[in-house]
Design a protein around this ligand. Structure first.
Ligand SMILES: [Zn+2]
Ligand SMILES: [Zn+2]
Length: 255
């Protein structure tokens, strides 16, 4: 490994640890603030936790799609910390199974820190301000976001632990066969990786192809150009769109 790469991987490791420890400190602080209110308003917290689970699946899809599709891994900070690991995952899907807890979960902790800050800011205070529902929702959302990369890693394990295999079989967490659809050509669907439940409605609505088409139409930016080059990225975009949108995109791209 070159000296520059060594420094860079040490910096990423330090960033992962800092993110993980900051996440743990803020999550404990939030839990201590909310815990006294749980016994008398448990339904509020339970509903918020379930909605947080669903929202984590949506967030996992949006972040995964954005990191797979836009920007270069050479960008400062976000490149090596977030974009690089997602791109590496497509080149070597089993590499994630060799990552330890810190490497697997550090970047999810990093993106969760601002949300935890908002959850703390919204947590109920003695003067009656704040919202138990919103702070519980955001707190549980980042808890499930933290577990998302773990669920994703387990979906790639050849022989997961029995309890994990049980939860995968009942589709409580991301099942390997379902996730494998993301790792199948053209690699442009099934981005949700917490449970994968939302992949069905998002695929049905052609959510990500239409979103890509809108962004390309508004900004001229081409999805996946950094990874595939212009010609291949244009072809993938045209193939992933509904027929009439595809021809409009092709017309625009030919100009
Ligand atoms: Zn991906
Ligand atoms: Zn994967």
């Amino acid at each position: 490994m070159a000296q520059g790469e060594q420094h860079s991987s040490k910096a990423i490791r330090a960033l992962d640890w800092t993110s993980l420890l900051s996440y743990a400190a803020m999550a404990c602080w939030l839990a201590l603030r909310l815990a006294p209110l749980v016994p008398e308003r448990s339904w509020v917290v339970l509903t918020a936790a379930l909605l947080g689970y669903l929202a984590a699946d949506l967030v996992s899809g949006l972040v995964h799609w954005a990191a797979d599709t836009w920007g270069s891994p050479d960008l400062p900070v976000i490149g090596p910390a977030v974009l690089g690991p997602f791109r590496e995952h497509h080149r070597d899907p089993l590499a994630i199974t060799r990552h330890d807890f810190v490497e697997t979960n550090g970047n999810n902790c990093l993106i969760s820190l601002p949300v935890l800050g908002v959850a703390l800011w919204l947590s109920p205070r003695a003067d009656g301000s704040g919202s138990l529902f919103l702070s519980s929702f955001l707190g549980t959302l980042v808890f499930w976001v933290l577990l998302t990369n773990q669920f994703h890693q387990w979906a790639h394990l050849p022989a997961p632990p029995p309890l994990v295999a049980f939860l995968q079989r009942w589709h409580v967490i991301l099942p390997p066969a379902h996730h494998q659809l993301h790792h199948t050509r053209p690699f442009t669907s099934h981005y949700c990786i917490t449970t994968g439940w939302l992949n069905w409605p998002l695929n049905w609505a052609r959510f990500f192809p239409v979103l890509e088409w809108c962004i390309t139409a508004c900004t001229g930016a081409l999805p996946r150009r950094d990874d595939l080059g212009t010609a291949a990225a244009e072809q993938v975009l045209a193939e992933s769109l509904p027929l009439q949108q595809s021809s409009r995109a092709e017309t625009r791209l030919m100009r």
